[in-house]
Design a binder for this molecule. Structure first.
Ligand code: CA
Length: 477
């Protein structure tokens, strides 16, 4: 089992808030990511990879544990992960892998929440800074790690740490490296090298930039994440004139916002290129599973928003590109539905390590080999718990199939840490993703869809039970 020739290396690259519609391999209309594209060109692009809760900390816990947030209890930003939970790095470490974790952790700090299951790690405290950030380094003499400021730009530094670890590893053992960027998380601070990109051009606007939130449940209008109106000076690096009419302000602020976002992405692309170059030079490309993903999607002016949280497409969808020449045909594309809880089972499957029954995701290995099982999921369950906090987004859960999306805003904190205890009347939304891909027209109350609503509601409850979650008490079909 521990033969390095049999067990593949795993390089898991994850950024923070990088939406797939800002990657050229996904057909981005706004930027180019030539290095990230190398992974898709050499491997497979997944077009329907979804998170089960679109926010940093919970998605990271789902990835590590292979479980939904009601099981791992990391439901919001304020519920830090108990580092005694079973995770895939721990199981890989126990089965002959050397394991490393560098960059953004965001699952809590201190002895009970710092990374475990890694031979070495260095992580940012909380969100971390873009320039001259503090890191917490693994130090066996300091419980929870040793904090130190490092000079430089965060994306370069995380790459330097990762490359140093790779270069100094024990070549007799397979490795699993989690290489996690902070970028392109708010507040989108570019480095010198990329600060002058896009200076004399306009970035194309998304089709829903001027959304006015009609024909939706009230949650969309209530959300406080509109480009311009709900931004701060630190977001746009210039004083915002809030006297300007909203749509005019939105048009102007979008350009400032998106340019910084894309500059920060450009640095990720360069740095991932450095790591891919190293793997090629070291002859490691063949036997290494390389993944690039992000903890969730992001609104890039879509619906007039920045941020995430909603079960709407731009926020729900994660980029997921993977290369592994031994099992993946170069340049392939997959449309099956995969989830963040599937990652841990995949890594264990490839390493020949039994997948614990407590893990709720499924290994996507057959999908990589273009051999999707007939009973592969055709619907997914989502839940956002952090009611009203930060951007006034209401708590909701829902079901997405390939054709429909059903969302139930239960709009209640339910005692969750980090949620605000103000309850509203629940509301439903239904979207036909084929005829309304931008989700602008809620058809839940349209009599023509009564049977669809009935069927999907039943399915939602069935799936909720299946994953061990509970219905909201007012949620009746
Ligand atoms: Ca995030």
């Amino acid at each position: 089992m521990n033969n390095p020739n049999q067990q593949p290396n795993i390089l898991f690259i994850m950024s923070d808030d990088h939406a797939s519609h800002a990657m050229s391999c996904y057909g981005s209309k706004i930027n180019k990511t030539p290095n990230l594209d190398r992974i898709a060109i050499n491997g497979m692009r997944f077009d329907n990879c979804f998170c089960t809760n679109s926010i940093c900390t919970p998605s990271r816990a789902a990835i590590l544990t292979g479980t939904y947030n009601h099981i791992n209890e990391v439901t919001t930003l304020d519920t830090h992960m108990d580092n005694r939970l079973q995770t895939f790095p721990k199981l890989l470490q126990e089965n002959g892998y050397q394991t490393g974790m560098f960059g953004k952790w965001h699952l809590g700090q201190g002895p009970n929440h710092c990374p475990t299951g890694f031979d070495d790690w260095a992580v940012l405290p909380g969100q971390g800074l873009y320039h001259n950030p503090d890191f917490i380094f693994k130090d066996d003499t300091v419980p929870g790690g040793r904090r130190e400021t490092v000079r430089g730009y965060v994306t370069d530094l995380i790459t330097d740490f990762s490359l140093d670890w790779l270069k100094n590893r024990d070549t007799n053992k397979p490795f699993c490296l989690m290489y996690h960027h902070k970028a392109p998380h708010r507040e989108w601070e570019p480095d010198e090298k990329h600060a002058h990109m896009y200076l004399n051009e306009d970035i194309p606007e998304p089709v829903t930039l001027y959304d006015d939130y009609t024909n939706r449940a009230s949650a969309a209008k209530a959300a406080e994440m509109r480009v311009g109106v709900h931004m701060r000076t630190t977001d746009l690096k210039v004083e915002i004139n809030h006297e300007i009419p909203e749509m005019e302000l939105r048009k102007w602020a979008y350009q400032r916002y998106i340019k910084d976002y894309l500059r920060v992405v450009a640095s990720i692309d360069d740095n991932v290129g450095r790591v891919l170059d190293y793997l090629e030079e070291a002859g490691l490309s063949e036997n290494t599973l390389i993944i690039y993903t992000s903890d969730q999607g992001f609104f890039l002016g879509d619906h007039g928003w920045y941020d995430k949280r909603f079960m709407y497409e731009e926020s729900l969808r994660m980029p997921f590109i993977v290369s592994y020449p031994k099992e993946i045909k170069a340049g392939s594309v997959n449309k099956d539905m995969i989830l963040n809880v599937d990652f841990a089972p995949l890594f264990l499957d490839l390493a020949g390590v039994p997948i614990p029954e407590t893990m709720q995701g499924h290994s996507i290995r057959p999908l990589l080999k273009q051999n999707t099982p007939e009973d592969w999921r055709d619907a997914m369950y989502y839940r956002y718990w952090m009611h009203k906090s930060h951007h006034n987004v209401y708590a909701h859960y829902g079901l997405r199939t390939h054709k429909y999306k059903l969302i139930y805003y239960y709009a209640d904190a339910l005692g969750q840490a980090g949620a605000i205890d103000e309850t509203y009347e629940p509301e439903w939304e239904l979207f036909d993703l084929e005829t309304d891909p931008h989700e602008l027209n809620n058809i839940y109350h349209d009599i023509q869809y009564a049977d669809v609503v009935k069927g999907l509601t039943d399915r939602l409850h069935y799936m909720q039970k299946d994953v061990g979650d509970e219905r909201y008490y007012k949620d009746v079909a």
